[in-house]
Design a protein around this ligand. Sequence first.
Ligand SMILES: *Cc1c(COP(=O)(O)O)cnc(C)c1O
Length: 387
Amino acid sequence: MRTVFLPFSTPALGDEEINEVVDSLRSGWITTGPKVKRFEDAFKAYVGSPFAVPLSSATAGLHLTLQALKIKDGDEIITTPMTFASTVSMIILAGATPVLADIEQGTLNIDVAKVAEKITPRTKAVIPVHFAGQSCDMDPLFDIARQHGLTIIEDAAHAVGTEYKGRKIGSLDSISIFSFHPNKNITTGEGGMVCTSDESLAEEVSLLKFHGMSREAWKRFASSGTPNYDIMMPGYKYNMMDIQAAIGIHQLPRLDGFIERRREIAEQYNLAFADIPELALPGYAQYPQRHAWHLYTPLIRIEKLSIDRDHFMAELKARNIGSGLHYKAIHHHTWYRDNMPVSDAELPNASYASERILSLPLFPAMTDTDVGDVVAAVADLITTFRR
Ligand SMILES: *Cc1c(COP(=O)(O)O)cnc(C)c1O
């Protein structure tokens, strides 16, 4: 058994990231400034997006996007129950109603046919989540959106580097919101980015992110700028700092290598688990896409075991293997049960996955020995608790 605990994820930070942060600290300018601009430009170029707005988080991106789109009381937004809390929380806090559409069995991405069934005259937008880094089927979603005049907002928190039919997520004709939380494929400590081809939306999000102020503070204080500013609208304080962007500047060129290593690890898992009937392995989409392998999420067939998923995770931990839960379905959380109850019969695939899913360790610095340790622990556990 492993003697040192293996976390489910840990960021890959090197000397370049560290030195760039130190450079910020020594430069006298630590908040939004030239490094944020460099990161924004590099990110835009990488994903192929005309406009990008760097922010303090993806949650901030969701918040500002919904406000910029003038989402209001009574509006409905269709999204997936297999997501992080913030996707749905931001819809509710905007005053709108989240409408959960079930997921596909294999990819755990939102089922486009179910989205179509949920559309009403109040529907304003759809928020698909590219689950685990595998692209949703965007063409049929765009078709539905065009037919019904809906906006597509991609929750691309898992999808930095994901491609759909040869195009990067972030370059499609929509709004994509990325996260740079330390567990994500690249990190800035905390951080997010809204990418869009809509210039006026990008401008509005950009104003809302910093007090509704017409010019960036660092430009005002730079020698070329003037200290004057104007408030165009009431805004928030969701700007990214140079200290954060300093990390991102050096993470981005490493991203493709990170994804390649993630893919290798996922393939090792797939191979090792292929003959274990107690596990249902992650499914692949049938259309051309590049999976960014943010997560490796098998389902535990609890019917075949004498323990449930939470107990399975505890047993993994007892073997010094960390795991994550992405996700307990939204409608299974207390607030949603109490305030917006949805029956499991309405969301059968999400309800099924919610009780069985777990995320095994997956991060670029994992060694083949680490992967072998995870495989051995999972196999041992299944042999021990097989019915
Ligand atoms: C991480 C995550 C978010 C939130 O990202 P933050 O940058 O932490 O705000 C939103 N949606 C999904 C699907 C996520 O995984």
